[in-house]
Design a protein around this ligand. Structure first.
Ligand code: NI
Length: 184
């Protein structure tokens, strides 16, 4: 296993729509293991393939350490392959978010409270699940990455304007995270 470089805001790979994973190959298995290790190293709760430079519909999550707050999170260590969120609650909630590709920025974002999602796991088994609360939040954030969308894209025009300077210096590679990110 190896820790991979995390791509930062401004990197073209983060703006692309990702491609479906066709089959589980040794290379994909290795990518998943590396993504988990990279996520733990950076103290993240989720990481999507484009964040390590791979244009694939795949993300990993682990919020099991948060199970003290919400017992349902005890099992929330998962690999989502070719996921499809096919139902979203009308009710939206505001929750704070951050992103390993946007170090140092934490903002509140509105998203649906509850979702239903179909996906394949690392053993190519199909799942169909409903999630709400923090888990639904993490899933929706990572799912966005597969369509080239970052959480800062979902902020109000005013918040975006206020963050413009910080984001533009980040996209020029002038911002240093405490974990490994790709240098420009
Ligand atoms: Ni993110």
């Amino acid at each position: 296993m190896a820790i991979r470089n995390i791509r930062e805001y401004g990197d073209e790979v983060l703006k692309k729509t990702c491609k479906e994973v066709k089959e589980m190959t040794p290379r994909t298995k290795e990518l998943i293991e590396d993504m988990l290790e990279t996520m733990y190293d950076a103290n993240g709760v989720g990481l999507a393939a484009p964040q390590v430079g791979r244009n694939l519909r795949l993300f990993v999550v682990d919020a099991s350490p948060n199970a003290d707050d919400d017992p349902r999170l005890a099992d929330f260590k998962k690999v989502f392959i070719n996921p499809e969120i096919y139902e979203r609650s009308e009710e939206e909630v505001l929750m704070g978010e951050g992103c390993l590709s946007v170090p140092g920025i934490h903002e509140e974002v509105y998203r649906p409270e509850r979702i239903r999602i179909r996906y394949l796991d690392e053993n190519w088994q199909e799942h169909d699940e409903e999630w709400d609360g923090f888990a639904a939040r993490v899933i929706q954030h990572e799912y966005d990455h597969l369509d080239g969308v970052m959480f800062v894209d979902r902020l109000s025009p005013l918040r975006k304007t206020l963050l413009r300077g910080k984001l533009s210096s980040m996209s020029k590679g002038k911002y240093k995270a405490s974990y490994r990110t790709k240098q420009k």
